[in-house]
Design a protein around this ligand. Structure first.
Ligand SMILES: [Fe+2]
Length: 343
C-alpha cells in the first residue's frame, strides 16, 4: 500500500503536468470496480488545483461476455454506448480521469475529438507511484517519436527467430508518456512507450515468442516457443506447443476475423518498469503496464485499431512484449538485442 498523502502529492504533480488550470471542468469516470484510492486522491488533488469536479459513475456491462475480470480481456464495449447523458458530460469536460477503462471504444474517440484530454488511471496505486510521469520520460518518448514519425519501414529480428517487417505512414504515431497535456490527447498513467499501427496489408514475416516472454491479457510467462506467421497484415498461423494452442483457443472464442489483424507495434522506454514484476502480482490486480513498457521490449499486438482512427473494434486484443529483439526503422537501429539505442 501507499499513503493517501503520497498519492495526493503525486496526483497534484501529474495534474499540473497535464496543465490543469483553475476553473477547468474535470470529470472522474468510475464504475463499480474502480480503485477508490485512485478516485479519492484524484478528487482531492483536483480540488487543491481549483478544478471543477464532476463524478460520473456507470454500471459495469459485459461481465458475462468477458472471459476474465481483466479490463484488457474484453475491450472497446462500454456503458457509454447507451448513455447519451454521460457521453455529453464527458465531451463537455476539459479533462477526464478514466478509472473505468474506455480504451478502444468509439466513444473515447468521440470525446477526444471535442478537445477533451483523457487520462486513464487503472493500475494499482503503488505502481502508479513507482512510475510517476516525468518531463524526462516524456522527452524520451518524443525523441523516439521523431524516428517513428519519419519512418517508412519497421524491421524486427531476434535470436529466437523473429523476422518481421511492416510499412509505416498510414496511421499516426502512438506516444504514451502518462500525461494528457494537450487538447484531445489520451494517455495512460503509468506508461512510457512508442508504437504505431502498420500500414494495412503490409505486416509480413514471423514473430517468435520465446519461453519467458510475457503474454497479455493472460498475464503469464510463456512456457515454450510459439511462432506467429503474419501475411498481408493478418496473423495466419500460430504454431508451437501448449502456449500456441492456448492463444489459438482464446482467440477462437471471439469468433471474429478482425481479432487476427496486426495492431500496434513498438518498444518500451520505461527504465522503472520491469519484466519481472508480473511474477509478483496477483493476476487480477493489475493490467501490467510494467510488461508493456519495460525498457527495450518489442511490443506487438493484435486486434482493434479504433485508437489509431480505424474501424476495427474487435474486443479481442493481445499485447505481447518480447525480450531480446532488435527493432530498426528504415535500417536505423532503435533497439539492439532488447537494449534501447535511440530514444
Ligand atoms: Fe495494446
Amino acid at each position: 500500500m501507499i499513503s493517501d498523502a503520497d498519492f495526493v502529492i503525486a496526483w497534484k504533480d501529474v495534474l499540473e503536468q497535464c496543465r490543469l488550470q483553475p476553473g477547468e471542468q474535470v470529470a472522474i469516470l468510475t464504475s463499480d470496480d474502480s480503485n477508490m484510492q485512485i478516485v479519492n486522491c484524484a478528487r482531492i488533488a483536483i480540488g487543491l488545483l481549483g478544478g471543477v469536479l464532476t463524478m460520473i459513475n456507470l454500471p459495469p456491462i459485459n461481465g458475462e461476455k468477458a472471459l476474465s475480470r481483466d479490463k484488457s480481456g474484453y475491450v472497446g464495449k462500454t456503458p457509454l454506448a447507451f448513455n447519451t447523458a454521460a457521453l455529453a458530460a464527458l465531451k463537455a469536460a476539459d479533462l477526464v480521469i478514466d478509472t473505468m477503462q474506455m480504451l478502444f471504444s468509439p466513444e473515447q474517440e468521440q470525446i477526444l475529438k471535442t478537445g477533451t484530454r483523457m487520462l486513464l488511471a487503472v493500475e494499482p496505486p503503488e505502481t502508479m507511484l513507482r512510475m510517476i510521469p516525468t518531463p524526462e520520460a516524456k522527452a524520451k518518448v518524443k525523441r523516439a517519436s521523431v524516428f517513428m514519425g519519419q519512418a517508412r519501414e519497421m524491421t524486427v529480428t531476434s535470436t529466437a527467430g523473429t523476422d518481421f517487417r511492416c510499412r509505416l505512414g498510414q496511421y499516426p504515431v502512438l506516444e504514451q508518456f502518462g500525461l494528457a497535456d494537450a487538447p484531445g490527447r489520451w494517455d495512460h498513467w503509468p506508461s512510457c512507450m512508442i508504437a504505431r499501427w502498420p500500414d494495412e496489408g503490409s505486416a509480413e514475416g514471423q514473430i517468435v515468442i520465446d519461453a519467458g516472454d510475457i503474454l497479455l491479457p493472460f498475464k503469464r510467462y510463456a512456457t515454450d516457443r510459439t511462432v506467429f506467421t503474419v501475411e498481408n497484415g493478418i496473423v495466419t498461423r500460430i504454431e508451437g506447443g501448449v502456449t500456441a494452442e492456448y492463444i489459438r483457443c482464446f482467440m477462437e472464442t471471439f469468433r471474429d476475423p478482425d481479432a487476427y489483424y496486426m495492431a500496434h507495434v513498438g518498444w518500451g522506454l520505461e527504465h522503472r518498469a520491469s519484466w519481472t514484476t508480473l511474477g509478483l502480482y496477483d493476476r487480477e490486480a493489475a493490467l501490467s503496464m510494467d510488461s508493456r513498457c519495460y525498457e527495450g521490449n518489442f511490443l506487438f499486438s493484435t486486434g482493434p485499431n479504433t485508437e489509431a482512427g480505424g474501424h476495427r473494434d474487435t474486443p479481442c486484443h493481445l499485447d505481447i512484449p518480447l525480450r531480446g529483439c532488435s527493432v530498426s526503422l528504415d535500417g536505423v537501429a532503435m533497439t539492439v538485442d532488447g537494449r534501447v539505442v535511440h530514444g
